[in-house]
Structures are given as structure tokens and as C-alpha cells.
Design a protein around this ligand. Structure first.
Ligand code: NDP
Ligand code: GDR
Length: 343
């Protein structure tokens, strides 16, 4: 059985490729041609030379290469994970984000419609589409109110996925996934920035961590479990929309406290807003400060999702607690910093 995974150089692409290979699939993982392609994630997972993994050069913004990709790989399933996925950057690059994250999905939907409309399609939708709080917890029925160019672009791709499902009877499924993290998370995202920073501070390689909005609340799960949910969605009898989340929310500040605790550093929080900071109680040094550079023009204040539908219909449930996840990430970063292999 063949599957295409777009964005194999990203966090989810790497974990999903590993899962599909374990299940016996032949996986076509796509990567972008750049002057320095980086396969560190699939290398860390040890799957880069797997005989059933084929790395294919591909850009999501190119319709003709989308058609060729689908023609050549003859997949049963396509998982569209490729995106400009960093919310902060989407404010500076709204058009590129729209092209890749929004229109890119439609290139693949069109390719499927043209080449073989029986192919099963997964679109990586996001809790960012909920944006400004309309209700808690958020479910498949919650109204959308995106707060970033990224959220708006993803909402377009989400509705196009549903539109292709309804118009052409295609197996086009959308997974609305809440934040999911892991040791393979990119360092631009807040959890990994924190665990990497904590590891460096613990090992004396960095003085402090500079962060933005500490009050934002997120529903953080473990990425490896979420890619299993993606696969389950494409094994269902009918295409649909599902939320994957943990139904627990914590502030960025709480995650910082947990991460320092994982290396036995207790914090005391002082000050407010831009003047807030955290002190290492044992040494008295300021280890966390605010840098308004990391504030966003519009913020998503509170995300908490209910995975009830996915649990009932797909048997999917999150298993790793935030404490376990945070500890796993800090430990991986301690190793990387010690060995000089930080990625
Ligand atoms: P990453 O940012 O780690 O990975 C994104 C991938 O997309 C990378 O492989 C990147 O390649 C690739 N990509 C970017 N632009 C293009 C392009 N023009 N053509 C082809 N490939 C491209 O994201 P994650 O793994 O964290 O997330 C996977 C998907 O799930 C994304 O669509 C994201 O928006 C979505 N999502 C993620 C959530 C999360 O919490 N992680 C939650 C909800 C949704 P390169 O390495 O070259 O940049
Ligand atoms: P998010 O993740 O925007 O939720 O999007 P990110 O980790 O970037 O931010 C989470 C929250 O932390 C606040 N924050 C900071 N964020 C970053 N990156 N750096 C900082 O220094 C910092 N300080 C505070 C942010 O303001 C925000 O409130 C992620 C991505 O993976 C998307 O692709 C995905 O769709 C959503 O999760 C669900």
C-alpha cells in the first residue's frame, strides 16, 4: 500500500512516516529543494534509509508537480502535512502563507480529482482556526474565528477539503489538531524553545530565556499519538472532520515552570506584563524575562479541545500527560546540548 506524506522534514511528517513504515506501507515523503535540505528528524528516528521510504522533491505550491506526484506514486492515501506552519511568521509573510498553507492544499485536491478521485486525503487543519474564544471546550461544531494569517489560510484549506468531499464524493478528511509537541518539535515553537533553553541554562550555556505572552493557554499533546489519529481518520468508513486534543489547558508560564522543575530548578515569578520575570530561587538569577518582540499582533488566548468524537468513532485517546511530555523534551534537549547535536 502506497502513501504520500507531504512535509516529511517536519515534526509530524517524520513521526507519521515512521508509523506508516511500521504498518508495512511504502511511503513517499516529500521535501522541498533548498540549498541545505535537513533530514535530522528522520535521521533521529532511524528511518532515513528504510527500503520502503522514498524521498521525493516537491513543492506544494506547484500544481503540475502535484499532478505528477500523484500519478507517479499511485497512493491509496495522501497526508497533507506541508505548510508554512509558524503563526508568528504568518504576520510578516501573509501572502506566502496563503499560497502554501491555503492554496497548496487545493493543488493536491485538484491533483486527486484529476488523477484518481478514489485516493484518501488527509488535511492538517488546526485549532488556530478557532482563534478568538467562542466556546469551551472547542469541538467540531464550534464556530471559527481565526486570529492570524496562518489561521485564515488553514480555514480556507479546511473548507476546501469539505467542499471537495461534498462536491466530488472524495474521501477528503480534515483533522483539527490542537498543539502537539515532542523532542522533534521545531525550536521556533514555544515548548521546544523553552525545553532547549532550560537545558542550556542548566548546563551553563545560556543565561536566560526571552519569551512573549506567558498568559496564552494551550492544549498540548504528544505528537506521536496525534499522527496515529491521522492514520485512523483515513481508515474510517467515511470521510469526516475530527478534533484531536487532550481537553486540558495550561499557560505558557505553567509550561516554563514545569520545564525548569524537570531539571530541579524552582522558580519564583515576579512583576507583571512586560516587566514580568522568573528567578531561580536557589541562585537568585533571572532566568526568564519578557521580550515584547515575541508578542503577536493578535493572539489566540485560550485553546482547549474535546476529542470526544475521535474517541467514540476512532477509538483515539491521548495517553501522555503534559508533565511526561515536558520531561521527555527537556531530557532530549539535555542530551543534545551535552553532545553538541542540538537541532
Ligand atoms: P513543521 O513546520 O514541523 O513542518 C512543516 C513541513 O512543511 C516541513 O516539512 C516543511 O518543509 C514543509 N513545507 C513548507 N512549505 C512547503 C512547500 N511550499 N512545499 C512543500 N513542503 C513545504 O510542522 P508540523 O510537523 O508541526 O505540522 C504538520 C502540519 O500540521 C502543518 O501543516 C501544521 O500547520 C499542522 N498543524 C500542526 C500542529 C502542531 O501542533 N504541530 C497543530 C495543528 C496543525 P521544510 O523543512 O523545507 O520547511
Ligand atoms: P502556536 O504555537 O502559535 O499555538 O501554533 P507556538 O508554540 O508558536 O505559540 C504558542 C503560544 O506561546 C506564545 N509565546 C511564544 N511563542 C513562540 N513561538 N515564541 C515565544 O517566545 C513565545 N512566547 C510566548 C505564543 O504567543 C502563543 O500564544 C502551533 C503551530 O504548530 C501551528 O502550526 C499549529 O497549527 C498550532 O500550534 C495548533
Amino acid at each position: 500500500m502506497n502513501a504520500i506524506v507531504t512535509g516529511i522534514t517536519g515534526q509530524d511528517g517524520a513521526y507519521l512516516a515512521e508509523l506508516l513504515l511500521d504498518k508495512g506501507y511504502t511511503v513517499y515523503g516529500t521535501y522541498r529543494r533548498t540549498s541545505s535540505v535537513n533530514f535530522w528528524r528522520i535521521e533521529e528516528l532511524g528511518i532515513e534509509s528504510h527500503p520502503n521510504l522514498h524521498l521525493v522533491e516537491y513543492d506544494l505550491t506547484d500544481l503540475s508537480s502535484s499532478i505528477r506526484l500523484v500519478q507517479q506514486c499511485k497512493p491509496r492515501e495522501i497526508y497533507n502535512l506541508a505548510a508554512q506552519s509558524f503563526v508568528g511568521v504568518s504576520f510578516d509573510q501573509p501572502l506566502t502563507t496563503a499560497e502554501i498553507t491555503g492554496l497548496g492544499a487545493v493543488n493536491l485536491l485538484e491533483a486527486i480529482r484529476i488523477v484518481d478521485s478514489s485516493i484518501r486525503f488527509y488535511q492538517a487543519s488546526t485549532s488556530e482556526m478557532f482563534g478568538k474564544v467562542q466556546e469551551v471546550p472547542q469541538t467540531e461544531a464550534t464556530p471559527f474565528y481565526p486570529r492570524s494569517p496562518y489561521g485564515v489560510a488553514k480555514l480556507y484549506a479546511h473548507w476546501m477539503t469539505i467542499n471537495y468531499r461534498e462536491s466530488y464524493d472524495m474521501f477528503a478528511t480534515s483533522g483539527i489538531l490542537f498543539n502537539h509537541e515532542s523532542p522533534l518539535r521545531g525550536r521556533e515553537f514555544v515548548t521546544r524553545k523553552i525545553t532547549d533553553g532550560v537545558a542550556r541554562i542548566k548546563l551553563g550555556k545560556q543565561e536566560r530565556l526571552e519569551l512573549g505572552n506567558l498568559d496564552a493557554k494551550r492544549d498540548w499533546g504528544y505528537a506521536k499519538e496525534y499522527v496515529e489519529g491521522m492514520w485512523r481518520m483515513l481508515q474510517a468508513d467515511t470521510p469526516d472532520t475530527y478534533v484531536l486534543a487532550t481537553n486540558r489547558t495550561e499557560t505558557v508560564r505553567d509550561f516554563v515552570t514545569l520545564a525548569f522543575k524537570a531539571v530541579d530548578i524552582e522558580l519564583r515569578w515576579e512583576g507583571q506584563d512586560e516587566n514580568e520575570f522568573a528567578v531561580d530561587i536557589a541562585t537568585g538569577s533571572r532566568v526568564v524575562v519578557i521580550n515584547p518582540r515575541f508578542y503577536r499582533p493578535a493572539e489566540v488566548e485560550l485553546l482547549i479541545g474535546s476529542p470526544a468524537k475521535a474517541t467514540k468513532e476512532l477509538g483515539w485517546k491521548p495517553a501522555t500527560s503534559l508533565e511526561e511530555l515536558c520531561k521527555m523534551m527537556v531530557e532530549a534537549d539535555l542530551e543534545r546540548v551535552k553532545n553538541g547535536t542540538g537541532a
